[in-house]
Design a protein around this ligand. Structure first.
Ligand code: V47
Length: 354
Protein backbone atom coordinates (compact mmCIF):
# COMPACT_ATOMS: atom_id res chain seq x y z
CA UNK A 1 0.00 0.00 0.00
CA UNK A 2 2.88 2.36 0.78
CA UNK A 3 4.11 2.18 -2.81
CA UNK A 4 0.66 3.17 -4.07
CA UNK A 5 0.48 6.08 -1.62
CA UNK A 6 3.91 7.26 -2.69
CA UNK A 7 2.88 7.03 -6.34
CA UNK A 8 -0.16 9.22 -5.70
CA UNK A 9 1.92 11.74 -3.78
CA UNK A 10 4.38 11.86 -6.71
CA UNK A 11 1.45 12.54 -9.07
CA UNK A 12 1.97 9.25 -10.90
CA UNK A 13 -1.01 7.50 -12.45
CA UNK A 14 -2.50 4.48 -10.64
CA UNK A 15 -3.51 1.38 -12.60
CA UNK A 16 -6.66 -0.75 -12.20
CA UNK A 17 -5.28 -3.04 -9.44
CA UNK A 18 -3.81 -0.15 -7.48
CA UNK A 19 -7.02 1.85 -7.72
CA UNK A 20 -9.08 -1.11 -6.52
CA UNK A 21 -6.73 -1.63 -3.59
CA UNK A 22 -7.38 1.95 -2.47
CA UNK A 23 -10.75 0.80 -1.12
CA UNK A 24 -8.75 -1.07 1.59
CA UNK A 25 -7.16 2.15 2.79
CA UNK A 26 -8.65 3.84 5.84
CA UNK A 27 -11.06 6.65 5.02
CA UNK A 28 -8.95 9.48 6.39
CA UNK A 29 -5.69 8.61 4.62
CA UNK A 30 -7.64 8.22 1.39
CA UNK A 31 -9.38 11.55 1.99
CA UNK A 32 -6.08 13.26 2.68
CA UNK A 33 -4.61 11.99 -0.61
CA UNK A 34 -7.65 13.13 -2.60
CA UNK A 35 -7.77 16.46 -0.79
CA UNK A 36 -4.11 17.14 -1.64
CA UNK A 37 -4.99 16.76 -5.33
CA UNK A 38 -8.09 18.95 -4.98
CA UNK A 39 -6.15 21.65 -3.14
CA UNK A 40 -3.37 21.66 -5.75
CA UNK A 41 -5.95 22.10 -8.51
CA UNK A 42 -8.53 24.36 -6.90
CA UNK A 43 -7.42 25.40 -3.39
CA UNK A 44 -10.48 26.03 -1.23
CA UNK A 45 -12.73 26.99 -4.15
CA UNK A 46 -16.04 25.19 -4.43
CA UNK A 47 -17.79 25.74 -7.71
CA UNK A 48 -21.52 25.93 -8.29
CA UNK A 49 -23.87 27.41 -10.85
CA UNK A 50 -27.31 28.95 -10.80
CA UNK A 51 -29.14 26.48 -12.94
CA UNK A 52 -32.49 24.96 -13.64
CA UNK A 53 -33.09 21.29 -14.40
CA UNK A 54 -35.97 20.65 -16.81
CA UNK A 55 -37.27 17.16 -17.57
CA UNK A 56 -39.80 17.76 -20.38
CA UNK A 57 -41.29 14.27 -20.69
CA UNK A 58 -41.35 11.04 -18.69
CA UNK A 59 -42.73 8.85 -21.47
CA UNK A 60 -39.99 6.33 -22.25
CA UNK A 61 -39.41 3.55 -24.72
CA UNK A 62 -36.62 2.05 -22.62
CA UNK A 63 -37.01 0.18 -19.37
CA UNK A 64 -34.13 0.84 -16.99
CA UNK A 65 -34.70 -1.07 -13.79
CA UNK A 66 -33.23 1.67 -11.57
CA UNK A 67 -35.43 4.42 -12.99
CA UNK A 68 -38.44 5.72 -11.06
CA UNK A 69 -38.95 8.70 -13.35
CA UNK A 70 -40.24 7.10 -16.53
CA UNK A 71 -43.97 6.46 -16.73
CA UNK A 72 -44.65 2.83 -15.88
CA UNK A 73 -46.65 0.63 -13.54
CA UNK A 74 -44.92 2.31 -10.59
CA UNK A 75 -45.36 5.81 -12.00
CA UNK A 76 -48.57 5.95 -14.04
CA UNK A 77 -48.56 9.77 -14.32
CA UNK A 78 -47.39 10.40 -17.86
CA UNK A 79 -46.55 13.93 -18.94
CA UNK A 80 -45.07 15.71 -21.95
CA UNK A 81 -44.55 19.47 -21.84
CA UNK A 82 -45.32 21.77 -24.74
CA UNK A 83 -42.60 24.07 -26.01
CA UNK A 84 -44.50 27.01 -24.54
CA UNK A 85 -44.50 25.37 -21.12
CA UNK A 86 -40.74 24.79 -21.37
CA UNK A 87 -40.16 28.39 -22.53
CA UNK A 88 -42.16 29.70 -19.59
CA UNK A 89 -39.97 27.74 -17.20
CA UNK A 90 -36.84 29.12 -18.86
CA UNK A 91 -38.28 32.63 -18.62
CA UNK A 92 -38.95 32.29 -14.89
CA UNK A 93 -35.51 30.82 -14.25
CA UNK A 94 -33.86 33.55 -16.30
CA UNK A 95 -35.61 36.18 -14.19
CA UNK A 96 -34.20 34.47 -11.08
CA UNK A 97 -30.64 34.66 -12.44
CA UNK A 98 -30.18 31.16 -13.88
CA UNK A 99 -27.29 30.93 -16.34
CA UNK A 100 -27.88 27.35 -17.43
CA UNK A 101 -30.81 25.11 -18.29
CA UNK A 102 -30.08 21.41 -17.99
CA UNK A 103 -32.63 19.61 -20.16
CA UNK A 104 -32.96 15.83 -19.97
CA UNK A 105 -35.98 13.83 -21.08
CA UNK A 106 -37.09 10.23 -21.24
CA UNK A 107 -37.09 8.51 -24.67
CA UNK A 108 -40.53 9.41 -25.94
CA UNK A 109 -41.37 7.82 -29.32
CA UNK A 110 -44.56 9.87 -29.73
CA UNK A 111 -43.31 13.46 -29.99
CA UNK A 112 -41.25 13.47 -33.21
CA UNK A 113 -37.65 14.61 -33.62
CA UNK A 114 -38.48 18.31 -33.94
CA UNK A 115 -40.12 18.37 -30.49
CA UNK A 116 -36.72 17.34 -29.08
CA UNK A 117 -34.60 19.71 -31.18
CA UNK A 118 -36.61 22.85 -31.97
CA UNK A 119 -36.96 23.82 -28.33
CA UNK A 120 -33.23 24.58 -28.20
CA UNK A 121 -33.36 27.17 -31.00
CA UNK A 122 -36.48 28.67 -29.41
CA UNK A 123 -34.62 29.04 -26.09
CA UNK A 124 -31.57 30.51 -27.82
CA UNK A 125 -33.69 33.00 -29.77
CA UNK A 126 -35.44 34.28 -26.67
CA UNK A 127 -32.57 33.88 -24.16
CA UNK A 128 -29.33 34.07 -26.16
CA UNK A 129 -27.18 34.27 -23.02
CA UNK A 130 -28.63 31.07 -21.49
CA UNK A 131 -26.29 28.05 -21.65
CA UNK A 132 -28.18 25.04 -22.94
CA UNK A 133 -26.85 21.75 -21.53
CA UNK A 134 -29.03 19.07 -23.08
CA UNK A 135 -29.47 15.57 -24.43
CA UNK A 136 -27.58 12.70 -22.84
CA UNK A 137 -25.82 10.12 -24.99
CA UNK A 138 -28.79 7.84 -24.21
CA UNK A 139 -31.20 10.36 -25.76
CA UNK A 140 -28.94 10.88 -28.78
CA UNK A 141 -28.81 7.13 -29.32
CA UNK A 142 -32.61 6.96 -29.01
CA UNK A 143 -33.17 9.82 -31.50
CA UNK A 144 -30.68 8.38 -34.01
CA UNK A 145 -32.29 4.94 -33.87
CA UNK A 146 -35.89 6.10 -33.80
CA UNK A 147 -35.55 8.62 -36.65
CA UNK A 148 -32.96 6.81 -38.74
CA UNK A 149 -30.09 9.26 -38.45
CA UNK A 150 -26.40 8.77 -37.74
CA UNK A 151 -25.00 10.05 -34.44
CA UNK A 152 -23.08 12.67 -36.45
CA UNK A 153 -26.31 13.96 -37.97
CA UNK A 154 -28.09 14.23 -34.61
CA UNK A 155 -25.06 15.93 -33.04
CA UNK A 156 -24.80 18.43 -35.89
CA UNK A 157 -28.53 19.19 -35.56
CA UNK A 158 -28.05 19.75 -31.82
CA UNK A 159 -25.25 22.21 -32.47
CA UNK A 160 -27.27 24.02 -35.15
CA UNK A 161 -30.19 24.26 -32.72
CA UNK A 162 -28.03 25.86 -30.04
CA UNK A 163 -27.07 23.08 -27.61
CA UNK A 164 -23.88 24.25 -25.88
CA UNK A 165 -22.78 21.21 -23.90
CA UNK A 166 -23.84 17.65 -23.12
CA UNK A 167 -24.72 16.36 -19.66
CA UNK A 168 -23.14 13.17 -18.39
CA UNK A 169 -26.24 11.01 -17.97
CA UNK A 170 -26.84 7.54 -19.35
CA UNK A 171 -23.39 6.29 -18.38
CA UNK A 172 -24.71 4.19 -15.47
CA UNK A 173 -22.04 1.45 -15.20
CA UNK A 174 -20.01 0.58 -18.29
CA UNK A 175 -19.33 -3.07 -17.39
CA UNK A 176 -21.45 -4.88 -19.96
CA UNK A 177 -22.69 -7.69 -17.68
CA UNK A 178 -23.92 -5.28 -14.99
CA UNK A 179 -25.31 -2.93 -17.63
CA UNK A 180 -27.32 -5.79 -19.14
CA UNK A 181 -28.90 -6.45 -15.75
CA UNK A 182 -29.85 -2.85 -14.95
CA UNK A 183 -30.66 -1.27 -18.32
CA UNK A 184 -30.66 -3.81 -21.12
CA UNK A 185 -31.49 -2.34 -24.52
CA UNK A 186 -30.43 1.22 -23.69
CA UNK A 187 -27.37 2.90 -25.24
CA UNK A 188 -24.43 0.48 -24.92
CA UNK A 189 -21.17 1.50 -23.26
CA UNK A 190 -19.36 1.53 -26.62
CA UNK A 191 -22.10 3.74 -28.10
CA UNK A 192 -22.00 6.09 -25.10
CA UNK A 193 -18.26 6.58 -25.69
CA UNK A 194 -18.66 6.95 -29.46
CA UNK A 195 -21.23 9.74 -28.97
CA UNK A 196 -19.12 11.68 -26.45
CA UNK A 197 -16.06 11.28 -28.68
CA UNK A 198 -17.93 12.72 -31.67
CA UNK A 199 -19.13 15.60 -29.49
CA UNK A 200 -15.59 16.30 -28.26
CA UNK A 201 -14.25 16.11 -31.82
CA UNK A 202 -16.46 19.11 -32.61
CA UNK A 203 -14.62 21.09 -29.94
CA UNK A 204 -17.45 20.74 -27.44
CA UNK A 205 -17.44 19.72 -23.78
CA UNK A 206 -19.46 17.19 -21.85
CA UNK A 207 -19.69 15.56 -18.43
CA UNK A 208 -19.65 11.93 -17.36
CA UNK A 209 -21.68 10.26 -14.62
CA UNK A 210 -21.49 6.91 -12.84
CA UNK A 211 -24.48 5.37 -11.11
CA UNK A 212 -23.24 3.40 -8.09
CA UNK A 213 -24.57 1.72 -4.97
CA UNK A 214 -26.86 -0.82 -6.66
CA UNK A 215 -25.69 -4.26 -7.86
CA UNK A 216 -22.25 -3.23 -9.08
CA UNK A 217 -19.04 -4.08 -7.22
CA UNK A 218 -16.04 -1.88 -6.48
CA UNK A 219 -14.15 -3.35 -9.46
CA UNK A 220 -16.91 -2.16 -11.82
CA UNK A 221 -16.58 1.41 -10.53
CA UNK A 222 -12.82 1.36 -11.13
CA UNK A 223 -13.34 -0.09 -14.61
CA UNK A 224 -15.85 2.71 -15.28
CA UNK A 225 -13.37 5.39 -14.23
CA UNK A 226 -10.50 3.93 -16.23
CA UNK A 227 -12.58 3.72 -19.43
CA UNK A 228 -13.37 7.42 -18.98
CA UNK A 229 -9.74 8.26 -18.29
CA UNK A 230 -8.75 6.52 -21.54
CA UNK A 231 -11.14 8.57 -23.67
CA UNK A 232 -10.14 11.75 -21.87
CA UNK A 233 -6.49 11.07 -22.79
CA UNK A 234 -7.62 11.11 -26.43
CA UNK A 235 -10.10 14.00 -26.51
CA UNK A 236 -9.77 16.11 -23.33
CA UNK A 237 -13.46 16.94 -23.68
CA UNK A 238 -14.82 15.97 -20.25
CA UNK A 239 -15.17 18.80 -17.76
CA UNK A 240 -16.55 16.95 -14.78
CA UNK A 241 -17.02 13.49 -13.34
CA UNK A 242 -20.23 12.99 -11.35
CA UNK A 243 -20.71 9.88 -9.20
CA UNK A 244 -24.48 9.48 -8.67
CA UNK A 245 -25.56 7.61 -5.57
CA UNK A 246 -28.33 5.15 -6.44
CA UNK A 247 -31.75 6.05 -4.94
CA UNK A 248 -33.85 3.04 -4.00
CA UNK A 249 -37.49 4.12 -4.05
CA UNK A 250 -40.19 3.32 -6.62
CA UNK A 251 -38.15 1.28 -9.08
CA UNK A 252 -37.69 -2.32 -10.18
CA UNK A 253 -34.11 -2.98 -9.10
CA UNK A 254 -35.03 -4.06 -5.57
CA UNK A 255 -31.73 -3.25 -3.90
CA UNK A 256 -32.18 -3.75 -0.16
CA UNK A 257 -28.82 -2.55 1.19
CA UNK A 258 -27.95 1.09 1.06
CA UNK A 259 -24.47 2.39 0.60
CA UNK A 260 -22.61 3.62 3.69
CA UNK A 261 -21.32 7.18 3.81
CA UNK A 262 -17.81 5.74 4.13
CA UNK A 263 -18.20 3.88 0.83
CA UNK A 264 -19.57 6.99 -0.89
CA UNK A 265 -16.70 9.14 0.37
CA UNK A 266 -14.12 6.51 -0.56
CA UNK A 267 -15.58 6.39 -4.07
CA UNK A 268 -15.40 10.18 -4.34
CA UNK A 269 -11.77 10.17 -3.18
CA UNK A 270 -10.76 7.32 -5.50
CA UNK A 271 -12.45 9.11 -8.41
CA UNK A 272 -10.32 12.20 -7.70
CA UNK A 273 -7.18 10.07 -7.64
CA UNK A 274 -7.91 7.90 -10.71
CA UNK A 275 -9.33 10.61 -12.95
CA UNK A 276 -6.15 12.67 -12.98
CA UNK A 277 -7.06 14.15 -16.38
CA UNK A 278 -10.66 15.28 -15.70
CA UNK A 279 -10.48 18.72 -14.10
CA UNK A 280 -13.57 18.69 -11.87
CA UNK A 281 -15.27 16.26 -9.51
CA UNK A 282 -18.89 17.00 -8.73
CA UNK A 283 -20.56 16.03 -5.46
CA UNK A 284 -24.13 16.01 -6.72
CA UNK A 285 -25.99 16.89 -3.52
CA UNK A 286 -29.26 15.63 -5.01
CA UNK A 287 -28.18 12.00 -4.71
CA UNK A 288 -25.62 12.18 -1.88
CA UNK A 289 -27.65 14.51 0.40
CA UNK A 290 -26.39 18.03 0.94
CA UNK A 291 -24.47 17.17 4.11
CA UNK A 292 -22.45 14.41 2.49
CA UNK A 293 -21.83 16.65 -0.53
CA UNK A 294 -20.35 19.25 1.82
CA UNK A 295 -18.09 16.63 3.44
CA UNK A 296 -17.13 15.41 -0.07
CA UNK A 297 -15.39 18.76 -0.53
CA UNK A 298 -12.74 17.34 1.82
CA UNK A 299 -12.55 14.09 -0.18
CA UNK A 300 -11.68 15.54 -3.59
CA UNK A 301 -14.89 17.21 -4.80
CA UNK A 302 -14.63 20.83 -5.95
CA UNK A 303 -18.09 21.29 -7.45
CA UNK A 304 -21.58 21.07 -5.94
CA UNK A 305 -23.65 21.40 -9.15
CA UNK A 306 -26.14 24.17 -8.47
CA UNK A 307 -29.39 25.45 -7.12
CA UNK A 308 -31.37 23.26 -9.60
CA UNK A 309 -34.80 24.75 -8.70
CA UNK A 310 -36.65 21.58 -9.58
CA UNK A 311 -35.60 18.03 -10.37
CA UNK A 312 -37.70 15.02 -11.31
CA UNK A 313 -35.46 12.05 -12.19
CA UNK A 314 -33.73 11.49 -8.86
CA UNK A 315 -36.51 12.85 -6.69
CA UNK A 316 -38.86 10.26 -8.23
CA UNK A 317 -36.56 7.61 -6.71
CA UNK A 318 -36.44 9.20 -3.27
CA UNK A 319 -33.91 12.06 -3.46
CA UNK A 320 -34.87 15.22 -1.58
CA UNK A 321 -34.34 17.42 -4.62
CA UNK A 322 -37.81 18.12 -5.98
CA UNK A 323 -37.52 21.82 -5.11
CA UNK A 324 -33.84 22.63 -5.40
CA UNK A 325 -31.99 24.94 -2.96
CA UNK A 326 -32.26 28.67 -2.30
CA UNK A 327 -29.17 30.52 -3.53
CA UNK A 328 -28.50 32.30 -0.22
CA UNK A 329 -28.76 29.07 1.72
CA UNK A 330 -26.51 27.24 -0.76
CA UNK A 331 -23.80 29.89 -0.55
CA UNK A 332 -24.02 30.12 3.21
CA UNK A 333 -23.62 26.38 3.85
CA UNK A 334 -20.62 26.20 1.51
CA UNK A 335 -19.01 29.06 3.46
CA UNK A 336 -19.89 27.49 6.80
CA UNK A 337 -18.25 24.27 5.69
CA UNK A 338 -14.94 26.10 5.25
CA UNK A 339 -14.87 26.52 1.46
CA UNK A 340 -15.14 29.52 -0.86
CA UNK A 341 -18.30 29.42 -2.99
CA UNK A 342 -17.46 30.43 -6.55
CA UNK A 343 -20.34 30.88 -8.95
CA UNK A 344 -19.25 29.54 -12.34
CA UNK A 345 -20.73 29.30 -15.79
CA UNK A 346 -21.29 25.89 -17.33
CA UNK A 347 -17.75 25.74 -18.69
CA UNK A 348 -16.17 26.71 -15.37
CA UNK A 349 -15.39 30.33 -16.15
CA UNK A 350 -15.64 32.11 -12.80
CA UNK A 351 -18.54 34.55 -12.53
CA UNK A 352 -18.51 35.64 -8.90
CA UNK A 353 -16.80 34.80 -5.61
CA UNK A 354 -19.69 34.89 -3.12
O1 V47 B 1 -28.54 9.01 -16.33
C1 V47 B 1 -31.79 7.51 -12.74
C2 V47 B 1 -29.58 8.71 -12.96
C3 V47 B 1 -29.15 10.36 -14.41
C4 V47 B 1 -31.68 6.98 -10.65
O2 V47 B 1 -23.96 16.36 -16.43
C5 V47 B 1 -30.58 7.76 -10.96
O3 V47 B 1 -23.83 17.94 -14.95
C6 V47 B 1 -29.84 7.64 -8.80
O4 V47 B 1 -27.14 12.59 -15.54
N1 V47 B 1 -30.86 6.84 -8.45
C7 V47 B 1 -29.61 11.72 -14.87
N2 V47 B 1 -29.65 8.11 -10.04
C8 V47 B 1 -28.94 12.81 -14.05
C9 V47 B 1 -27.62 13.22 -14.65
C10 V47 B 1 -26.92 14.42 -14.15
C11 V47 B 1 -27.23 14.94 -12.93
C12 V47 B 1 -26.56 16.08 -12.50
C13 V47 B 1 -25.62 16.70 -13.27
C14 V47 B 1 -25.31 16.16 -14.51
C15 V47 B 1 -24.31 16.85 -15.36
C16 V47 B 1 -25.96 15.01 -14.96
O5 V47 B 1 -29.83 10.06 -13.21
C17 V47 B 1 -29.42 9.18 -15.28
C18 V47 B 1 -29.27 8.05 -14.28
O6 V47 B 1 -27.94 7.61 -14.22
N3 V47 B 1 -30.67 8.04 -12.26
N4 V47 B 1 -32.44 6.84 -11.76
C19 V47 B 1 -31.80 6.48 -9.33
N5 V47 B 1 -32.80 5.66 -8.97
Amino acid sequence: MNTIIQKIKNEQRVNFDEALKLYDLDLFTLGMLANEIREKKWGKKSYFNINRHINPTNVCKDICKFCAFSASRKNPNQYTMTHDEILNIVKESDSRGAKEVHIVSAHNPETGLSWYLDIFSKIKNQFPHMHVKALTAAEINFLATEYNHSYEEIIDMMIESGVDSMPGGGAEIFDEAVRDKICKGKVSSAEWFEIHKLWHQRGRHSNATMLFGHIEEQKHRIDHMIRLRDLQDETNGFNTFIPLVYQRDNNFLNVKDFLSSQEILKTMAISRIVLDNIPHLKAYWVTSTINLALISQEFGADDLDGTIERESINSAAGAKSAHGMRLEEFVSIIKNSGFNPIERDSLYNEIKAW
